[in-house]
Design a protein around this ligand. Structure first.
Ligand code: NAD
Length: 485
């Protein structure tokens, strides 16, 4: 049986059963062709309030379910992601404008996230503490309760499931709100997988919608933890509201990730890494290589090699399977990208390649002759644009990289000794030596510093238990303690 074609999820939200939402419906538009792929249901703030109440009820029983049963649901979900990989990949290609290789990474990672999470129910959840008092003293982790997951359009499946799977495994209920442009890849697929995997009704609910639905999730009294992945401006609003309502918010936000190419590095391999880092998924990844800092001895050759690659990489409909870059998600994003490129050229930057588009298909672009103050260097572009700047000393490289308020991912290519020295001097949530900036693994702690997040991490038992549980101190005596009163 297929996951989506033989099931009537269309036009519905999911609260344990599929039904119409208060927000009506919305078309899913394929960015590559402009055609409508389906209608999805939309929730409204009232649906959110109802869902939060019913999720809190369902969560109690789910948290009391024995660990091996919770683990089994997660394992079945992982197997279902593998079984339905072709259908999942097709949706991620068409709805999110992903090339097949990127869509394949999402499907495989989704399965991996579930398998990794399936180990959490039986993972030790606490410590026995030494005590100077005559009692047993235990620090233990309990489910947070109801967790809201708000995710973006770019890696819709992975950025939802990386929170949904561990939060469920640890005994929470989850209210999922994907980006409205990728409701199927970031929401419907996950709800259907867990429905088939036998997750009890109400424990995972899908509430598609825009910022109003997201805001209602944060305000719902039953929601205790918010997992938000998206832009820094939206993250600030989420963080402000969460603080007002005394909720814990894990914010995974924007980036402007640097790649440093050290003197003596293999420049052809470096340009290949730089091209992949900047242009995979049209540069619409939080970890995209947004700043190429190349030693002056290699700079001209590097720019020429990158521009050469840009002029040869095919751009078009990813469903053809014949292109390296697909479309930008929508015209608003495209206009923003093009605006930054054109203003940077007007400020004196040089267009070494690209800078043009046909419809939503933006050519891979290389900008040289920049200063660190120019917009294309200082802003997160979230498009297929590779700005390149030369440096002469390592001190200068550290200074230029560290000027950005973002600190999500850093790549350093070349001599490992020099790279390790730099890694000790630059703040970044993750650093990849002799790899480009885009990397994620289900068991690795993922997250940024500075304006890239609040310092929380997702991935791996330690980070996920920290993110999706509350700590409780429990003391026990064999008899009622004596007191002087
Ligand atoms: P966005 O912030 O506009 O939207 C992300 C999600 O938040 C969507 O579901 C949206 O509906 C919701 N949202 C928006 N405003 C909200 C509000 N006030 N309250 C509650 N929910 C709200 O993000 P975008 O621009 O579409 O996505 C791209 C951004 O996400 C980039 O900045 C990128 O770097 C970042 N991102 C970060 C990571 C990470 O892990 N650090 C991963 C992917 C993307």
């Amino acid at each position: 049986m297929s996951l989506l074609t033989e099931h009537d999820w269309k036009g519905s939200i999911f609260t344990g059963e599929w039904h119409g939402g208060g927000g009506g419906t919305q078309s899913v538009v394929e960015p590559a062709s402009g055609s409508t792929l389906a209608e999805v249901g939309l929730a409204d703030p009232r649906d959110v309030a109802d869902a939060a109440r019913s999720a809190a009820e369902a969560q109690k029983e789910w948290a009391a379910t024995i660990p091996s049963e919770r683990a089994a649901v997660l394992r079945r979900a992982g197997i279902l992601f593998q079984k339905h990989a072709d259908e999942v990949i097709d949706w991620v290609i068409r709805e999110a404008g992903s090339i097949p290789a990127k869509a394949g990474i999402e499907a495989a990672s989704a399965a991996e996230e579930c398998f990794e999470a399936s180990a959490l129910p039986s993972h030790p959840h606490g410590q026995v503490l030494p005590s100077n008092v005559d009692h047993w003293s235990i620090s233990r982790r309990r489910p947070a309760g109801v967790v809201a997951v708000i995710s973006p359009f770019n890696f819709p499946l992975v950025l939802s499931i990386r929170s949904v799977a561990p939060a469920l495994a640890l005994g929470n209920a989850v209210l999922l709100k994907p980006d409205p442009r990728t409701t199927v890849s970031g929401g419907v697929i996950i709800a259907r997988i867990f429905e088939e995997a036998g997750l009890p009704a109400g424990v995972l609910q899908l509430l598609p919608g825009g910022a109003d639905v997201g805001a209602a999730l944060i305000e719902a009294p039953e929601v205790r933890v918010i997992s938000f992945t998206g832009s820094t401006p939206a993250g600030r609003k989420v963080g402000e509201s969460a603080a007002r309502h005394l909720k814990r918010a894990h914010l995974e936000l924007g980036g402007n990730n640097a790649m440093i190419v050290l003197p003596g590095a293999d420049v052809a391999k470096a340009a290949s890494a730089g091209a992949f880092g900047s242009w995979l998924h049209q540069g619409q990844i939080c970890m995209t290589t947004g700043r190429h800092l190349v030693h002056e001895s290699l700079y001209e050759e590097y720019v020429a090699l990158l521009a050469e690659k840009a002029s040869h990489l095919p751009v078009g409909d990813p469903a053809s399977g014949q292109v390296a870059l697909g479309p930008i998600i929508d015209s608003r994003q495209l206009e923003r990208i093009d605006g930054i490129v054109q203003r940077t050229v007007a400020q004196g930057g040089t267009l070494a390649a690209g800078g043009t588009h046909e419809g939503l298909f933006y050519k891979p672009t290389v900008l040289s002759g920049l200063t660190p103050e120019m917009e294309a260097w200082s802003e997160e572009i979230f498009g297929p644009v590779a700005p390149v700047i030369p440096f002469s000393t390592l001190d200068e490289a550290v200074d230029i990289v560290s000027r950005s308020p973002f600190a999500l991912s850093l790549s350093i290519l070349g001599d490992v000794g020099q790279a390790m020295t730099l890694a000790d001097r630059i703040d970044s949530g993750k650093i990849h030596i002799n790899e480009q900036t885009v990397a994620d693994e289900a068991n690795a702690p993922f997250g940024g510093a500075g304006d890239s997040g609040t310092g929380s991490r997702f991935g791996g038992a330690e980070a996920n238990i920290e993110a999706f549980t509350e700590t409780q101190w429990l003391t026990v005596r064999s008899e009622i303690a004596p007191y002087p009163f």
